[in-house]
Design a protein around this ligand. Structure first.
Ligand SMILES: [Zn+2]
Ligand SMILES: [Zn+2]
Length: 305
């Protein structure tokens, strides 16, 4: 589907679609990890690990369809990594769907607390952390775990190292390499000061609002406003930044112009948008009436999600 955007940020492939209140799903296929499920687009069904940031519908609507399609296509159930207080609700949801459909879908729900690492594969974990949106919101970092020889053993021969290992000497040290961090929906918060967030190669961060008159909306809904970007950039001085979750009411050219006004030229170069061109309006079942093409007006209620 052409709708999904494909990007490469600092060598990491990103596939996704993300508009506030409408749908947000961002996958890192090489890591077999997806952040949120959106409406479960076809491109993410083969990904085994879905990290759910929170329960708002634009992020979570496709959960049942994801599990169902996994089974339909003969895949293993797929894992939903989720805040522990949402896990029983999602299990209830799937039980209800089983009654509606007349048969259950296999599911695997992994309840987590902030800072509870989840192994993805050998040498790779995701680490959930608390963010500042709704009570059960989580961000996630994808972290490679590498083992390297301790400096004091450099210069030893192979047999010497084997002998040391046999004697129970710990000759390697574990290092963490944070590859990408996904904030989910959030306002600014203490999470930006975690070392693994600061050291991430890529920070995928929501930035829902750009216009100054939308600052009240951003604060009320606990979202990032473009005016927060300088503070974020200062926290992650090395990272490439991918902005997601723009409001559909923000014109993309306005967003770019605002960015140039708010952010230093050096920093502008390390920021990209997932949705670089305004997405085509979605057609309704009636073939695309004026109503379904209408974008939210500035007077419509505050963004869901
Ligand atoms: Zn949202
Ligand atoms: Zn939300």
């Amino acid at each position: 589907m052409a709708r999904m955007m494909h990007k490469e940020v600092d060598g990491i492939k990103v596939v996704g679609f993300s508009l506030a209140g409408e749908e947000s799903v961002v996958a890192l296929p090489e890591y077999n990890v997806c952040f949120d499920v959106g409406r479960a687009p076809r491109e993410i069904i083969s990904i085994d690990n879905v990290c759910l940031t929170h329960g708002h519908m634009d992020h979570a609507a496709g959960i049942a369809y994801y599990f169902s399609q996994r089974g339909f296509l003969g895949n293993s159930p797929g894992r939903l990594i989720v805040h522990h207080s949402l896990a029983p609700l999602i299990e209830d949801l799937m039980k209800t769907w089983a009654r509606i459909e007349g048969h259950p879908s296999e599911i695997e729900v992994v309840p987590v607390e902030p800072m509870q690492d989840v192994p993805i594969r050998r040498g790779l974990i995701v680490r959930p952390f608390a963010v500042n949106h709704v009570r059960t919101s989580l961000g996630f970092s994808v972290i490679e775990i590498r083992h390297k020889l301790k400096a004091e053993f450099h210069g030893k021969t192979g047999p010497e190292l084997v002998a040391l290992k046999k004697d129970g000497v710990e000759i390697e040290e574990r290092t963490e390499c944070p590859m990408a961090t996904f904030t989910g929906d959030t306002a600014l918060g203490r999470f930006l000061h975690h070392d693994f967030v600061r050291q991430s190669r890529v920070l995928i961060v929501e930035c829902t609002f750009f216009e100054s008159e939308h600052e009240v909306r951003a604060r009320a809904g606990r979202h990032i406003h473009a005016e927060d970007l300088p503070e974020i950039l200062a926290c992650v001085p090395e990272a490439q930044i991918l902005l997601v979750h723009l409001s559909r009411r923000t014109d993309f050219r306005t967003a770019k112009k605002t960015l140039l006004e708010l952010v230093k030229p050096d920093d502008v170069e390390r920021i990209t948008f997932l949705m670089e061109r305004p997405p085509r309006p979605q057609r309704g079942g009636d073939g695309g009436s004026e109503r379904s093409r209408r974008t939210p007006s500035a007077t419509s209620p505050a963004e869901p999600g």
